[in-house]
Design a protein. Structure first.
Length: 214
């Protein structure tokens, strides 16, 4: 069995981020998801006809603390980062790790999310999904509006060779859509603009996960 509930991550949410989500909950009517495997509680949000997690997944794959060298990682191997940014997962791990009743969204489900944001005519989808806080602010940066309660945080990513990059600058989310044997599709949000990127990378890289309800 790849994953084990004995690797407990209960109550690791960052207090500052928890307060941010509490404020969002009042505005967007957040629901909640309790992951029975480890007791972690996630905020959820209805966006159009979809229900999304409003936080990055934090579940620990078997053997994982900061870095299990195979399936999941904490940015920079600094355990404190998991409370705000969640964990980073390889694509093969991501395809198996959603809580019961939830799943890794497909490219098409991400497209539906983006189209709904566009229909509101409140700006570019990436700007609408970014959290208001936590992103780098410098020349060329675009401040997030968090218009629909998605609360995207700049959790960065990890190359398969072990190099972490883009914390506080970008968010990278796996989709369930494969691109051949070696690659899979992902969506990205950057501090520098308001668009949502769509590209593919090696399945052995590690990205964030936002699950959508079945």
């Amino acid at each position: 069995m790849l994953f084990s509930g004995t690797d407990m991550t209960k109550n690791v949410k960052d207090e500052e981020f928890a307060a941010y989500l509490l404020d969002n909950g009042a505005k967007f009517g957040y629901g909640s998801l309790v992951d029975d495997r480890d007791g972690e509680i996630y905020s959820t949000v209805k966006i159009g006809n979809q229900i999304w997690m409003a936080e990055n997944l934090r579940y620990v794959t078997k053997g994982g603390v900061a870095d299990d060298d195979k399936d999941s990682f904490v940015y920079g191997e600094v355990e404190a980062n998991v409370g705000k940014f969640g964990r980073l997962y390889t694509w093969n791990a991501a395809m198996k790790i959603a809580p019961e009743g939830w799943h890794l969204p497909s490219e098409e489900e991400w497209h539906e999310l983006c189209e709904y944001c566009r229909s509101l005519q409140e700006g570019l989808p990436g700007t609408m999904l970014k959290s208001v806080e936590y992103w780098d602010e410098c020349l060329g940066s675009v401040v997030g509006k968090d218009s629909v309660g998605f609360a995207s945080v700049p959790s960065g990513s990890r190359y398969s060779m072990g190099y972490f990059y883009d914390l506080n600058k970008s968010a990278y989310y796996w989709t369930s859509t494969a691109e051949g044997d070696e690659y899979a599709r992902y969506r990205s949000i950057s501090f520098r603009g308001g668009k949502i990127g769509a590209d593919y990378t090696y399945k052995s890289d590690a990205l964030s996960i936002r699950c959508v309800k079945d």
